[in-house]
Design a protein around this ligand. Structure first.
Ligand code: GLN
Length: 317
């Protein structure tokens, strides 16, 4: 089982959230304290973070932080696919390096706004233990965000070992992580189309589960309802499945506890949801609270709700 964490609140360096806390996610990669399955999480890691302006914070003052995504406040209605702003749209001059000719710059260099006008999240994922990554320390020290989802991975047997299988998975403005395992997942009954199955980002139970959740989200289902629906569906077909999900769009966090541990801390304006608590005290957030197994958690910076998840109950979220 992996360990994961999501945060919404005032912008903080990733390091303060993930690396500095004793017992925090970084340390959980080699010394998790409450993990129910597996011993270390050394098969990879990933961090997803939202750039400014953060969807959950009031719009920053115009001009306060320069131009563009860093200080421009909400962008509305631009056509992200065409890349009307950002490097991809810049006509390449005669001296442009190969690969940047015309509009053929890698899509990741463009700044497509999400469908809500906010910039999409960025990810950094690797297939090695987080403590062995030469670059993560510098990124964690310098990247700040007010909306983050991160995970350390202990790969389930038979799944892709490379970084494509490291959470967070992404679809548009959504970031997702799965802590758990589904037995015989390649034969799990699915409503995904062959095209959707071929488009899975990795050969893993988590990638399959994410595609299933993602389809519900794209159909307009609320995040809590999408997670609960998939837990019920999969648990009916695979009663031993462990399905701790973590999902955010930078505004809200939805999570399930289904087979492994889940905790959260809250104060008005900030919330952390994590597989297990760290030892940070006195930072203004409330004490860690444990979420009972078979629960759905819904959080924003205004509050946290924990609801019992019953296998048979219809979604009313
Ligand atoms: N089954 C998922 C994977 O292989 C998650 C593993 C876990 O929670 N340890 O990545």
């Amino acid at each position: 089982m992996c360990r994961h964490l999501a945060y919404l609140g005032p912008p903080v360096p990733l390091r303060r959230l993930l690396v500095d806390p004793p017992g925090g996610l970084y340390e959980q990669s080699w010394r998790p304290r409450r993990q129910r399955h597996g011993t270390v999480n050394a098969d990879g890691f990933g961090v997803g973070w939202y750039p400014e302006p953060y969807p959950h914070l009031p719009r920053q003052a115009e001009g306060a932080g320069g131009t563009g995504a860093a200080g421009g406040g909400r962008r509305g209605g631009t056509d992200g696919a065409a890349g009307s702003t950002g490097p991809a749209a810049r006509p390449a001059g005669p001296d442009a390096p190969a690969g940047l000719v015309g509009s053929s710059a890698p899509a990741a260099l463009a700044e497509p706004p999400g469908d809500d006008g906010f910039p999409l999240p960025a990810r950094y994922r690797r297939a090695l233990p987080v403590w062995a990554d030469q670059n993560f320390g510098e990124l964690a020290r310098t990247i700040r965000s007010g909306a983050v989802l991160a995970a350390v991975r202990s790969a389930t047997e038979g799944t892709t070992p490379d970084e494509s299988a490291a959470a967070p998975f992404r679809d548009g403005r959504w970031l997702f992580s799965h802590n758990g395992a589904v037995a015989d997942w390649t034969r799990l009954p699915t409503t995904l189309t062959p095209a959707e199955l071929l488009a899975l980002e990795a050969h893993s139970d988590s990638a399959l589960l994410w595609a299933t959740v993602g389809r519900r989200l794209r159909q307009g289902e609320a995040p809590g309802s999408a997670l609960a629906g998939v837990v019920r569906e999969v648990a009916a077909a695979r009663p031993t499945a462990r399905l701790n999900f973590l999902l955010t769009d930078g505004r809200c966090i939805a999570a399930t506890a289904w087979g492994d541990t889940l905790w959260y801390r809250f104060r008005p304006g900030a919330v952390v949801v994590a597989s297990e608590p760290d030892d940070v005290l006195g930072d203004g957030l409330g004490p860690w609270q444990e979420v009972p197994d078979r629960s759905l958690l819904l959080a924003t910076t205004d509050g946290v709700r924990v609801l019992a998840l019953r296998p048979e109950r219809k979604d009313t979220l």
